[in-house]
Design a protein around this ligand. Structure first.
Ligand SMILES: [Cu+2]
Length: 345
C-alpha cells in the first residue's frame, strides 16, 4: 500500500493533480476521444474542501461523471436488488434465473477519469443478486470477450459450480450455466475467479449476492455498498476509491434517507491492491451483523475494517434530520473518492 512513487505523486500534485494525472495516464494507456474535464477539488478558500462538500455548492470535483454514457448510475445500483426471472420447479422450489454477459467496457469512474473495465452486463459492480435461503439459482454466463471468465460465488455449491478454471469457467465466446441452492443466508459476494485473479477482479467482475433468511428481517430501507478501487494507470495501486465505483458520487449527491426509519446496508469490500478498506458513519453507531449470517447483531460500533471479500450487514437509524458523512477511515481513500453522505429528511 502506498509506494514511494505514489506518495511523491500525491505530494507533488495534490489531490487535483493526482486525479488529473491519473486521467492523463489513462489517456495514454487507452486512447479515446474524451478530453480530461479538468478535475480539481474546490479548495479556493483555503479550507479542506474534501471535508465539507456543501460549502462549495455541492461540488467535490469539477465536472460530472456521465452516468448515461456509463450505462449505469451509482444511485440506481444502491437499491436495484435483482430477484431474477422467477418460476417454480417441479419440487415447488422457487427458481431465479439470470443472464450475465461478460463484456469489456470503458467506464468513467471520476469526472474525466476513464477505466477499461471488464464487466458483467456492462456495469461495475455487476447486478445485485437477491434470493431467499433455499431458492434455486440458475445463472447463464455468456462470455463475449477474448479472455476466459467465470462467476465464483461465496456460499454453498458443488465443486463443478465453483467458478474456477476447469470447474465452471466460460472460455472466450462460450457460455456456462451455474445452478445451485442459495445458502447460507447472508451478505455474500461473487466475482470472476479466472487467473490472473488480480486482473479479473480488479477490472470489475464482481458484485453482491444477498441471501435472505426464510423468516425474513424487519422492514428497512436497504442499500448495497460495494467498496472498490481503480488502478487507472496500471501501476499496481489504486488512483480512485469509491463505493459502487464512482468517486464522490454520494458526496456530490447525498443519499436521502428518512429520519427514524431503519436503514440496512450490505457493505462489501472487493478493493484490490490494498489489504483493508473500512466504513465509518458520522454522529451515529450501527449494529454489525458479520457476513449477514445472524439474526442478532454481533457488535455495536461506528467503524469496521474489512479485508478483501469480507462483507457485513449494518443497521442504523438517524433520529434527527441533517447532513451526515460516511466514509472509509483510511484518509487517503477519502481524498481519492471514498467519501459519501446521508441527507436525513
Ligand atoms: Cu474474468
Amino acid at each position: 500500500m502506498g509506494s514511494l512513487d505514489r506518495r511523491r505523486f500525491l505530494k507533488r500534485f495534490g489531490i487535483a493533480g493526482a486525479l488529473g494525472g491519473a486521467a492523463a495516464v489513462t489517456h495514454a494507456v487507452v486512447p479515446h476521444t474524451h478530453q480530461n474535464g479538468g478535475i480539481a477539488l474546490a479548495q479556493d478558500d483555503g479550507h479542506d474542501a474534501t471535508k465539507r462538500p456543501e460549502m462549495h455548492g455541492g461540488h467535490m470535483v469539477v465536472g460530472e461523471v456521465d452516468h448515461a454514457r456509463n450505462g449505469f448510475s451509482p444511485y440506481e445500483i444502491l437499491t436495484d436488488f435483482d430477484g431474477g426471472e422467477v418460476s417454480t420447479d417441479t419440487r415447488g422450489r422457487t427458481v431465479r434465473e439470470y443472464e450475465f454477459v461478460a463484456v469489456n467496457k470503458e467506464i468513467e469512474v471520476a469526472p474525466g477519469v476513464f477505466f477499461p473495465a471488464w464487466t458483467y452486463n456492462g456495469r461495475v459492480p455487476g447486478p445485485t443478486i437477491r434470493a431467499t435461503e433455499g431458492d434455486r439459482i440458475r445463472i447463464q454466463l455468456v462470455n463475449t470477450t477474448e479472455h476466459p471468465h467465470s462467476i465464483h460465488f461465496h456460499g454453498f455449491h458443488t465443486s463443478g459450480m465453483d467458478g474456477v478454471p476447469g470447474q465452471g469457467e466460460a472460455l472466450a465466446g462460450e457460455t456456462f450455466t451455474y445452478d445451485f441452492i442459495a445458502a447460507p443466508f447472508g451478505t455474500h459476494l461473487y466475482h470472476c475467479h479466472t487467473l490472473p485473479l488480480v486482473q479479473h477482479i480488479h477490472r470489475g467482475l464482481y458484485g453482491a449476492f444477498i441471501v435472505d433468511p426464510k423468516q425474513g428481517r424487519p422492514e428497512a430501507n436497504e442499500m448495497v455498498m460495494v467498496m472498490n478501487g481503480f488502478d487507472t494507470n496500471f501501476d499496481g495501486e489504486n488512483e480512485i476509491y469509491a463505493i459502487n465505483s464512482i468517486a464522490f458520487a454520494y458526496a456530490v449527491k447525498p443519499i436521502e434517507i428518512e429520519r427514524n426509519a431503519l436503514q440496512r446496508a450490505h457493505v462489501l469490500n472487493i478493493t484490490e491492491f490494498d489489504p483493508i478498506n473500512s466504513i465509518h458513519i458520522h454522529a451515529n453507531f450501527f449494529d454489525l451483523y458479520r457476513t449477514g449470517t445472524s439474526l442478532e447483531p454481533d457488535e455495536f460500533t461506528d467503524t469496521i475494517s474489512m479485508g478483501q471479500a469480507e462483507r457485513h450487514m449494518i443497521e442504523f437509524t438517524y433520529p434527527e434530520a441533517g447532513h451526515f458523512m460516511f466514509h472509509a477511515h483510511q484518509t487517503e481513500f477519502v481524498d481519492l473518492g471514498w467519501l459519501s453522505a446521508f441527507e436525513v429528511k
